[in-house]
Write a protein that binds this ligand. Structure first.
Ligand SMILES: NC(=O)c1ccc[n+]([C@@H]2O[C@H](COP(=O)([O-])OP(=O)(O)OC[C@H]3O[C@@H](n4cnc5c(N)ncnc54)[C@H](O)[C@@H]3O)[C@@H](O)[C@H]2O)c1
Length: 374
């Protein structure tokens, strides 16, 4: 049992505390900290763990790994301080906001022989893993084209402190892109180039819940990005990410191959129904994943009983113990950050951007292996 700490006790923290206690048997969260001591006190009391200051947590000699659940703008500094205190770091997504900062984290980790990992870990779930198996088995042919779409009206509807979504480091790409691009790199390999355009449809957002309900937030960043993504494999994907959409009926991920098509469910969940078509103009055939370990129906929703967020931490600890590369790796997260920052930059300069980085496709995570984690 590796002893683990948490920095950042906000909205998503409960999901990690819950899954660590109920699913994973190779780590135990023993302490937490937050910039605001009331936040960590609340979590410490609820989960019967130690409430420490950030400094105390970093210096605690029992703790070998710290999960960074702070807001995106703090990810780099907090992960850097975790690594510099000699502990492994696993952060919520994105790994950092700036590509250079992500690169620095990997460099520090390497120089200290530590692991660095980052969410999302939902690509380890049944839906993406089964889709990967279908694509690799060949019935869809070579994936040559595709379309991805993420559109919501904005997280201020439900999040009580949604400021970070509309400030530096926020926006639909840095917030939701990690799920989609981590999934796509798993399915299609690394990205070569991107071209995008952007819009900011509303200059202010109104908080819809909590103590600050009715308060307005200024929007500092693009809230819709429409892009073309070219993969090293030659596949060309159109991509739509927006916080400006009241409702839509587009698919999350649809990939078109030389012998068929595959419709992949929402990559921010672990499970879901896959649809495939292998004959021209025939109906979709549905492939369920709820009989797989990480695809059970209630595995999907945040706050759901079987939400397995945190399995990336468990898998990273197993990799540390067995001296192998973790799947939610620094390398993958850095490539995903490169894709996202290139999309944002391309829209700003109105030019196609070639990516600096690449990443290996993580090994499949089959039920025969993942059953030891849950
Ligand atoms: N809320 C969700 O449903 C959700 C889902 C998936 C991923 N995430 C990701 O999780 C991360 C956190 O999101 P959230 O919704 O929990 O945010 P939040 O604002 O509710 O919580 C963040 C917490 O981090 C603390 N914090 C900020 N900077 C800090 C610092 N420098 N040192 C110590 N503590 C610090 C804040 O005080 C706050 O308690 C984000 O990266 C987000 O993208 C959130």
């Amino acid at each position: 049992m590796m002893k683990v700490g948490v920095i950042g006790c906000g909205n998503i923290a409960d999901t990690y505390f819950h899954s660590a206690k109920n699913f994973f048997n190779n780590f135990e969260i023993i302490a937490c900290a937050d910039l605001y001591p009331e936040a960590s006190k609340r979590s410490a009391e609820k989960y019967n763990i130690k409430n420490l200051s950030v400094e105390e947590l970093l210096l605690n000699s029992e703790i070998e790994l710290i999960i960074n659940l702070t807001i995106p703008d703090a990810h780099f500094e907090v992960s850097k301080s975790i690594l510099n205190s000699g502990k492994h770091s696993y952060s919520e997504k994105p790994i950092a906001i700036e590509f250079a900062d992500g690169k620095e984290l990997l460099k520090i980790a390497k120089s200290k022989n530590l692991y660095v990992g980052s969410a999302p870990d939902t690509f380890l779930g049944a839906a993406i893993q089964k889709s990967k198996e279908i694509i690799e088995e060949g019935s869809i042919g070579d994936i040559v084209l595709g379309s991805i779409s993420m559109g919501v009206a904005g997280h201020e509807i439900w999040h009580p402190n949604p400021d970070f979504y509309y400030k530096y480091g926020g926006g639909p790409i840095l917030d939701m892109g990690p799920y989609y691009f981590s999934a796509l790199v798993n399915l299609l390999g690394p990205v070569k180039s991107v071209y995008s355009q952007s819009r900011t449809v509303f200059s202010q957002r109104e908080i819809g819940s909590g103590n600050r309900k009715g308060e307005k937030i200024d929007v500092d960043i693009p809230t819709t990005l429409v892009s073309q993504i070219e993969f090293n494999s030659g596949a060309l994907i159109d991509s739509f990410f927006s916080f400006d959409v009241y409702k839509h009926n587009k698919s999350h991920i649809e990939l078109y191959g030389t012998k068929g098509a595959i419709n992949v469910p929402d990559p921010s969940y672990f499970g879901g129904e896959i649809k495939i078509c292998t004959e021209k103009n025939s109906d979709w055939k549905t492939i369920k994943t709820d009989d797989m370990n990480l695809g059970r129906l209630d595995a999907n929703r945040i706050g759901g009983e079987k939400n397995y967020r945190g399995i990336g931490v468990s898998e990273m600890i197993d990799s540390i113990i067995n001296n192998k590369e973790n799947r939610c790796s620094g390398e993958l997260s850095l490539h995903v950050l490169d894709i996202m920052q290139s999309i944002i930059k391309s829209a700003k300069v109105d030019q196609k951007i070639n990516l600096e980085s690449s990443a290996k496709v993580p090994d499949s995570f089959l039920d025969s292996e993942n059953n030891k984690f849950i």
